[in-house]
Design a protein around this ligand. Structure first.
Ligand SMILES: [Zn+2]
Length: 276
């Protein structure tokens, strides 16, 4: 992964080619430009000045409620019919945040509802900056409710529901527990897709990658590697904060720039962890 993603563009010839091409403007991906266009139509929302919390403006909250209420397998729109248990017919205690994964009356596992986003699975406010310490507890609580042992005597259909819900809870936990994947997910919810295969075209970043790569290769011992890792963590924090600010003021191009950098520093960290 490291060799292909970070090592490959760093050969002198490749670096020259990439640097030469860097003069060109970065063209957003089709899906990203669609999302940005759609978001531009909502620009009436004044950017929040509270960059510290990176909470979304009020309009987005309404969007969230509307989106999360979109009817799917078991979903129902808030204000409309609440979802009902497929087994006993009991209505969900549906609120803006509580998801309906398991029926509170009969404990039956409900079908996966894709309109319930990852934040809502853990009853968290949909915002980038979050305290991940209470995420693990909520994740474990769901896994206990969805554990295969609890549904082994249930119908094949309910076992499928449990397997689907369990897999989705794992995905949600993995996505939200790390800043980079959480940032990419938050942008996706906003209709802005991050191109995972996108190559870096910014000369500044390319030069920096080259320097970091050399520093990692030349690191004499684990202490030197840990020092680089600590620098990467500082950089990750810096760009994570910038991402939060960009998101807060709905500057999605800037947010994408932050994500590109977070991707590289995360990879360096992963590579160093493997070496240590
Ligand atoms: Zn029920």
């Amino acid at each position: 992964m490291w060799k292909r993603r970070l090592g490959a563009p760093l050969s002198a010839a490749a670096l020259r080619r990439t640097l030469a091409a860097a003069g060109r403007a970065v063209v957003p991906t089709h899906s990203a430009s669609q999302g940005l266009r759609r978001l531009a139509e909502r620009r009436a929302v004044p950017p929040s000045s509270d960059a510290g919390t990176a909470g979304f403006p009020p309009l987005d909250r309404r969007d969230f409620l509307r989106r999360s209420g979109r009817s799917c397998c078991s979903g129902g729109a808030p204000g409309g019919a609440a979802p009902e248990c497929w087994n006993c017919g009991a209505g969900a205690r549906e609120t803006a945040t509580a998801p309906f994964l398991v029926c509170e009356s009969c404990r039956s596992v409900q079908p996966v509802d894709e309109s319930v986003d990852y934040f809502r699975i853990f009853e968290l406010e949909k915002k980038y900056e979050m305290d991940v310490t209470n995420l693990e507890g909520k994740y474990k609580a769901w896994q206990k409710k969805l554990h295969p042992d609890l549904v082994h005597s249930k119908s094949e259909q309910e076992k499928e529901y449990a397997a689907g819900q369990s897999a989705r809870v794992i995905d949600a936990y993995r996505t939200l527990s790390k800043p980079l994947t959480r940032a990419i997910y938050v942008l996706k919810l906003e209709g802005v897709n991050v191109d995972e295969e996108e190559t870096v075209s910014e000369p500044e970043l390319l030069t920096e990658i080259l320097e970091i790569r050399e520093a990692v290769d030349e690191a004499a011992d684990s202490q030197a590697l840990k020092q680089i890792q600590s620098q990467m963590e500082d950089k990750l924090r810096h760009w994570s904060n910038s991402f939060a600010s960009s998101l807060c003021s709905r500057k999605f191009e800037d947010a994408l720039t932050c994500v590109r950098r977070m991707k590289y520093y995360s990879r360096v960290n992963e590579e160093i962890t493997k070496k240590l």
